[in-house]
Design a protein around this ligand. Structure first.
Ligand SMILES: [Zn+2]
Length: 681
């Protein structure tokens, strides 16, 4: 059968689903009309593998609270994430759209305000909305999850980059218990009416270091300990809901955004591959009134289906743009087979799509895409892969070469699916702000190269399968950078470079590390190499310019910063750095121009007013300098410098009395220290 035919059949099945789901929806709507609207609790536990869940058959005993919840829920045994990465996966969960549609492929692509978005939809239906997240990577105030705040009355995050020596649990992320505590505090004080809360726990993400007693109890399996600890925190949330009579009339959806490879197919963490270790995820849905409690759904479903399911479960119409399918139809008992058609609720697994652009965006390798359909897992990559998951659940025997026709069909299906589900038109521009890039870099995340982001397609680089050792080493280096173990990070990055001498990102990170260690010449060397390998990336020029300035090589910094202002004319920070470098290298007219660019955005900048005033005096324009210098003096009345330059300006204008007064003011301020009160003109 051709790929198109398979796709058409799958689409027909899906429209039958929709029909059935509408009926379910009507029932839910009728119920909602007579009773209070149900509350909604969305729980995402980061980096949590499906095979650790007791309710999915794990014997490890790490999820007692979730197992109890599962008995009141519908359990999805074959739920799959659409992306093995925090931002794109959460964007899919919260919008019900695929990554190729919402395009939040990494931390800095903003979530468009036109996208359907759970909190915005629910707020419009009278819900109180609140988010409680566990990591800076989902903190919109830090420029990393841009657009995620929309529709939330409360967005409880408040993270910052760790200061040297500061613990990551008090800076970039926080323990599950703290997240849950904040959620409970909010629930205690919430206004009347239905609520939607999103609780995100980050603990199972590397590093695996659960608190006691889980640390001792899971000494040999600390990752399991993190999951057990998260489960215990969720136990408190569920106990609260029960104790306050909220459990019954609340829809609770629990899932993870992706799993963790832990060595599967050679991958340590997550992001590069699309095998079950990172893509098969836990998914529970407890419906209001515990409808269909205890039901197990074996069909393949995606996290993209969560939002439409929740909306229909509480009787809210699903926006047209939502691409996922409500799963309520699957939960219904099978209707009697009246016609010749098979009942839609028992339709076999539709196609489940996943992708990752981590390889191409972060390292210039290749993107990877996959479909799971029937018994097959097909992976599109420079060397494509095909697995029969029924016979080979660990995906160890690649059939792509021997079952070429199947692989071709699935490739055609994948292409057709992408064509139908991709967003047409311009991609939203990434936030190309050097400060946000620095924040990402300090977190160990890769600042996306503007050029590789634009490629969007597969990328055409190396197959991540061939590069996974480098990927793992970079993952460890990222962690060492995040916890500021800089010597170890530098040593590891040098090892990476020895193996992969053309990896620009390794040089960029080494450059940052050496600068933080105070080794400026080493930093300049590494930064220069990164620019040489990726000359189109403005952020790399910015970082090179910055470290050259630190090393007092202003002559070298000027051309780098000029490249940056040409590409990012809105970056006032770059204009300021260029102004200083121009000034230090006696390019005074250029310095004046750059100062003016800064002051157009930030007119109250003390240093820029002073610098501009001084350079105008040096250029023989003392008249023009006066207002700038007076401004500087008024911004910092205790600083002697503006008065000292004012005195020069007045002297050049022949206003000797004014010059003398300013000289005295400067002298007095310098000698007597700070003088309170506004300065004289
Ligand atoms: Zn994640």
């Amino acid at each position: 059968m051709s790929g198109d035919k398979l796709l058409t059949m799958s689409l027909i099945r899906r429209s039958l689903f929709r029909l059935l789901v509408c009926l379910v929806c009507l029932t839910a709507g009728a119920l909602a009309g007579t009773a209070a609207p149900p509350n909604i609790v969305l729980i995402t536990v980061d980096t949590t593998r499906a095979d650790r869940m007791g309710f999915l058959g794990s014997k490890r005993g790490v999820t007692p609270n979730l197992d109890i919840l599962a008995r009141r829920s519908v359990v999805f045994t074959h739920a799959y994430s659409q992306a093995p990465f925090t931002a794109p996966s959460h964007a899919t969960i919260l919008t019900g759209t695929y990554p190729q549609f919402h395009q939040v492929e990494d931390f800095q692509v903003p979530l468009w305000k036109e996208l359907p978005y759970a909190p915005a939809i629910l707020k419009a239906h009278g819900y109180q909305t609140a988010a409680f997240v566990g990591s800076i990577v989902l903190d919109p105030s830090q420029g990393l999850a841009v657009g995620f705040r929309r529709g939330f009355d409360t967005y409880d995050a408040g993270f910052h980059l760790a200061h040297p020596g500061e613990d990551h649990y008090t800076s970039t992320d926080r323990r599950a218990a703290v997240v849950v505590e904040h959620a409970l505090a909010w629930l205690n004080k919430r206004p009347a009416g239905p609520f939607f809360i999103w609780v995100h726990l980050y603990d199972p993400h590397f590093p695996y270091e659960p608190p006691e007693p889980f640390l001792s109890r899971y000494k040999s399996a600390p990752y399991d300990g993190e999951i057990a600890y998260s489960d215990s925190a969720l136990g408190k949330l569920l106990t609260y809901l029960r104790a306050h009579g909220l459990f019954e009339n609340t829809a609770i959806a629990m899932m993870s955004d992706h799993g963790e490879s832990m060595g599967d197919h050679g991958e340590e963490f997550h992001g590069f591959f699309l095998y079950d270790a990172t893509i098969h995820v836990p998914l529970l849905m407890k419906l209001p009134g515990d409808r269909f409690a205890g039901k197990r759904i074996e069909n393949h479903v995606g996290l993209v289906d969560v939002l439409p399911t929740i909306l229909q479960a509480v009787g809210i119409e699903v926006p047209q743009e939502v691409q996922g399918e409500s799963l309520l139809g699957m939960m219904q008992p099978k209707p009697p087979a009246a016609s010749g058609d098979p009942p839609p609720a028992s339709s076999p697994n539709p196609l489940v799509y996943s992708e990752t652009e981590y390889g191409v965006r972060a390292y210039g390798w290749s993107a990877i895409r996959s479909v799971r359909t029937g018994k097959y897992l097909f992976v599109e990559a420079p060397r494509r892969e095909l697995y029969d998951m029924a016979a080979d659940p660990k995906a160890e025997h690649d059939l792509a070469a021997t079952s070429k026709a199947v692989a071709d069909t699935l490739q055609a299906q994948l292409d057709a699916f992408r064509r139908k589900t991709s967003k047409n038109g311009e991609a939203p521009p990434s936030v190309s702000d050097p400060e946000a890039q620095e924040k990402l870099a300090a977190l160990g995340y890769t600042a996306t190269s503007t050029d590789s982001a634009a490629t969007a397609a597969m990328g055409g680089g190396a197959d991540p399968k061939d590069k996974i050792e480098i990927g793992n080493m970079m993952g460890e280096a990222n962690y060492l950078l995040e916890v500021t173990r800089l010597d170890e990070a530098a040593a590891l990055l040098k090892k990476v470079i020895a193996k992969e001498p053309n990896l620009w990102i390794a040089y960029a990170k080494l450059g940052a590390t050496e600068a933080n260690l105070g080794n400026l010449p080493e930093s300049v060397k590494a930064r220069r190499k990164s620019v040489e390998l990726m000359p189109s990336d403005a952020n790399l020029h910015f970082e090179l310019g910055k470290v050259l300035m630190q090393a007092k090589d202003y002559e070298g910094a000027v051309p780098e910063l000029e490249i940056v202002v040409a590409k990012m004319p809105d970056s006032w920070k770059t204009h300021l750095m260029l102004a200083i470098s121009d000034d230090r290298t006696n390019r005074l007219p250029q310095a004046v121009k750059e100062c003016e660019a800064v002051l157009a955005v930030l007119p109250e900048q003390y240093g820029t007013n002073l610098l501009l005033g001084r350079d105008l005096v040096l250029l023989g324009k003392p008249e023009d300098a006066l207002p700038r210098l007076m401004k500087a003096a008024s911004i910092r009345p205790r600083a002697p410098e503006p008065h000292s330059v004012l005195s020069e300006a007045y002297a050049k204008l022949g206003r000797n009395e004014d010059a003398e007064r300013e000289r005295d003011a400067a002298k007095r301020l310098a000698e007597n220290g700070p003088v309170p009160g506004p300065s004289e003109p």
